[in-house]
Design a protein around this ligand. Structure first.
Ligand SMILES: O=C[C@H](O)[C@H](O)[C@H](O)COP(=O)(O)O
Length: 219
């Protein structure tokens, strides 16, 4: 199976986690696109979804799935989203599609984060994937210097403006051995909107698609 087929496989597997009769949290990315398509084709009835991006909102609406504002719910049982990297503890790097800020907001509403990913995303240590950080543009140069003091090389993602009007720095060369401490530290640097390490909002379940089918990891 190629990577696209694995994404479709885990997208379908995630249907088992859709809470009956409840609003669902929906992430962003090519794997989530597969999940949204599978949800629409499944005939499962969901009262609506809280979406983490304009991209997912458009896809949900195209399928006739109602989209609610985050402010319309007080909580969600389940949030389903992809990842750029996930480790053996459920900590993730996210934001390859620039949706990390809204993803963290929706994940924060949810009791259970179900990550859907192909097996290439499972890593020993986070950091090989360039770490996305949403920033306020004015702070780009000083944040670049801060990352360089941690051994990271930050580059502005050219031509990308997030759904929130922010910019993205992609930071190469990091080895994130303590994701909780790293996230807490970088989050409080002035000019950082959201760091793409999801440690406080880690996955509780990961549906990992590989040659042998879907493996369920729980953390
Ligand atoms: O901003 C994008 C998100 O964090 C995605 O969940 C992540 O980049 C994974 O995307 P994909 O499923 O396309 O690999």
């Amino acid at each position: 199976m190629n990577q696209d087929q694995l994404k479709q496989l885990v997208g379908r597997a995630a249907l088992d986690y859709v809470p009956a009769g409840q609003v669902l949290g929906v992430g962003t990315g090519s794997t989530v696109d597969c999940f949204i398509d599978a949800l629409a084709a499944s005939g499962l009835s969901v009262p609506g979804a809280v979406s983490s991006s304009e991209r997912s909102t458009q896809r949900l609406l195209k399928h006739g799935i109602r989209v609610l504002d985050a402010a319309e719910v007080t909580g969600l049982a389940v949030y389903i989203d992809g990842a750029d990297e996930i480790d053996g503890r459920g900590y993730m790097v996210k934001g390859g599609g620039a949706a990390l800020t809204r993803e963290k907001i929706v994940a924060d509403l949810a009791d259970t984060f179900v990550c859907i990913a192909d097996a290439s995303k499972l890593v020993q240590t986070l950091g090989a994937f360039p770490l996305p950080v949403e920033i306020i543009p004015m702070a780009a140069a000083q944040l670049t210097r801060r990352f360089s003091r941690l051994g990271g090389e930050a580059r502005l993602r050219e031509g990308v403006v997030t759904d929130n009007g922010g910019h993205i720095l992609d930071v190469r060369g990091l080895s994130i051995t303590d994701p909780l401490a790293f996230e807490a530290e970088v989050n409080q640097w002035p000019g950082v909107v959201t760091v793409g390490v999801f440690a406080r909002h880690k996955a509780q379940v990961c549906l990992l698609g590989g040659a042998d089918g879907v493996k369920t990891l729980t953390f």
